[in-house]
Design a protein around this ligand. Structure first.
Ligand code: PEP
Ligand code: MG
Length: 578
């Protein structure tokens, strides 16, 4: 047996056989052909079309989710559209080029036209066309990529990486666990894995070259370890540990209906982070006080994006379903970086993480931004909705987004669209410049929510998804802790509540420190909520403040980590400090 060490990204243990998934860069052959080969190229093209169409039909019949089935139906129509097929056939005839090259050329021409269209619906179709065109090219090149949505056996998915759009298609009843070469605990795929409740370890280096399809492996998402080809004895040991963990989780469940109040009576609001509408059930099940972060961009990651009505429906459904738990904070789209939506492909930015993302994207694509704000305002008539802006870097940017919001509100008033006139608007603090001028931002906003995933990334200059430098990604870095304390102070000085919605909010190791620093609200994946509630209910605010004072005098994250870990271990044992 061999054990690989990675980063624990989603708790639980999965035991099963490997399904290998590696992204391979395709180079389309640019092959001129003789007149005599035209017919055979046409035949190759038609037969690839038939195979892909058959596959799409089969997948459409098997699709469980309505959204997914509709996408597959659209793809089927596209592949049968004579505008597309005639153009490819003509090019093979007249251009004397091989079929793959012809599809590639026709595809890029069509996509260019769609992307420059005034009609948002047409622009949204470009991603579908891209997807379907490449499916045909892959088929002809014999380089088909397995369809993750079609995995029907229970397997462990071992991959080099996963795009958020790929992770969204996974069916948790078949994927027992995920093990990835790359990624960090706060990478978006890790966040999605937690949302799907699939045990996951990321940052494993080169696991894809160390296992073969069908190998038996164990993924321990609590410890961040993967055991390759385990012996019967070690598989049993793992199963026992897993059983103890399940028991502990069941005990925690009894806390669902209790408040998160310290022994000396200090209450903290515990909310949930969600990425999809379906997660609301889990929010209710874990007794959250509402939703502190709905990452709305995940609605846009599917081919075709999300129209105003689709967004409105999704927001309204979340509000109505989550009503009994509390208010719902929806974040405007934070696209860019690893979350590329239709209309953003092929930007080729050198530094996408520092580039055209979140409100920066929205302020230059006001067409998309306004549509989203209108959908949110419309939904606000159906429950307590709060709007939150990501990646604000300073007061001007905040003023600019608030101005657009005011314009959209005015439009709604004029056209008689009802919305909540008292809607609260929050600012995410996740860029160091915003943290440093929190006092200037606080008077312009109703609440702060600290996005530690990005705040840590930008403060320490450490890519949150890069496993090679993951050792530097330290929530307890004195620089990070000072910033957090400062944001809370500045927010409170201005009389606004300060929340945290980054992954640090759901990390049991951080709970007492955050409580002592004065955070009013912690928002996290629903699965972490009860563990955090248990910790809060077991201590006093006075103890938490004492711990903060002690830690703030320490001079390195190593010392802080060791001290806090021991402090927590003494009181809460293994499952909190694993
Ligand atoms: C964060 O940065 O902490 C955050 C909550 O946003 P995201 O993880 O979506 O970037
Ligand atoms: Mg962020």
């Amino acid at each position: 047996m061999r054990i690989l060490k990675g980063i624990a990204a989603s708790s639980g243990i999965g035991i099963g056989r490997v399904f290998l998934y590696v992204h391979e860069k395709l180079v389309v052959p640019h092959q001129p052909i003789d007149e005599g080969k035209t017919e055979s190229e046409l035949t190759r093209f038609k037969s690839a079309l038939d195979t892909v169409a058959e596959e799409l039909e089969g997948m459409g019949k098997a699709a469980i989710a309505e959204d997914h089935r509709k996408i597959l139906e659209t793809h089927l129509l596209m592949i049968q559209d004579p505008d597309f097929t005639d153009a490819v056939e003509n090019l093979i005839h007249t251009g004397h080029i091989c079929a793959e090259w012809a599809v590639e050329q026709v595809l890029s021409g069509f996509i260019e036209i769609l992307e420059s269209s005034e009609d948002a619906m047409l622009r949204e179709r470009s991603a579908d066309l891209y997807d379907i065109g490449w499916r045909v090219i892959r088929q002809m090149m014999g380089k088909r990529r397995p369809d993750l949505a079609a995995i029907s056996d229970e397997v462990i998915l071992v991959a080099d990486s996963l795009l958020p759009s790929e992770a969204l298609t996974l069916d948790p009843s078949n994927i027992k666990a995920i093990a990835l070469n790359g990624g960090g605990r706060t990478s978006h795929v890790a966040i999605l894995a937690r949302a799907l409740q699939i045990p996951t370890v990321v940052g494993l280096g080169n696991i894809t070259s160390k296992v073969a399809k069908g190998d038996e492996i164990i993924v321990d998402g609590n410890l961040g370890e993967v055991s390759l080809r385990p012996s019967i004895a070690s598989a049993k040991k793992m199963r026992d540990r897993y059983a103890r963990w399940v028991e502990h989780e069941q005990e925690l469940h009894e806390l669902a209906s209790f408040e998160a109040v310290t022994k000396d009576g200090h209450r903290v609001s515990l909310k949930a982070n969600i990425e999809t509408v379906d997660e609301v059930d889990s929010v209710l099940d874990h007794g959250a006080n509402g939703i502190g972060l709905f990452r709305s961009e995940f609605l846009f990651l599917k081919p075709g994006g999300a129209s105003e009505d689709e967004q409105f429906e999704a927001y309204r459904r979340v509000l109505e379903r989550a009503k009994e738990s509390g208010p719902v904070t929806i974040r405007t789209i934070d696209v860019g970086g690893d979350k590329v939506i239709p209309g953003m492909e092929g930007l080729g930015e050198d530094n996408p993480i520092l580039g055209w993302r979140a409100v920066r994207f929205c302020l230059s694509r006001k067409d998309i931004f306004r549509v989203q704000l209108r959908a949110m305002l419309r939904a606000s008539a159906y429950g307590k909705l709060k709007i939150m802006f990501p990646m604000i870097s300073g007061p001007e940017e905040l003023e600019n987004v608030l101005l657009v919001l005011e314009q959209v509100k005015e439009e709604c008033r004029k056209t008689g669209i009802p919305f909540d006139e008292d809607i609260e608007v929050g600012t995410m603090i996740e860029v160091p410049s915003a943290a440093l001028c929190a006092d200037l931002l606080a008077p312009k906003t109703d609440f702060f929510s600290i996005g530690t995933n990005d705040l840590i990334q930008y403060t320490i200059a450490v890519d949150r998804g890069n496993d090679k430098i993951a050792y530097l990604y330290q929530p307890f870095h004195p620089g990070v802790l000072r910033l957090i304390r400062m944001i809370v102070e500045k927010g409170h000085d201005a009389g606004i509540p300060v929340a945290m919605c980054g992954e640090m909010a759901g990390d049991p190791l951080s709970t007492v420190l955050l409580l002592g620093m004065g955070l009013d609200e912690l928002s996290m994946s629903p699965q972490s909520l009860l563990e955090i509630k248990n910790i809060i209910r077991s201590i006093t605010l006075a103890e938490a403040k004492e711990l903060v004072e002690k830690v703030m005098k320490m001079d390195s994250f190593i010392n802080i980590n060791t001290y806090v870990r021991e402090w927590m271990h003494d009181r809460f044992g293994d499952f909190v400090t694993a």
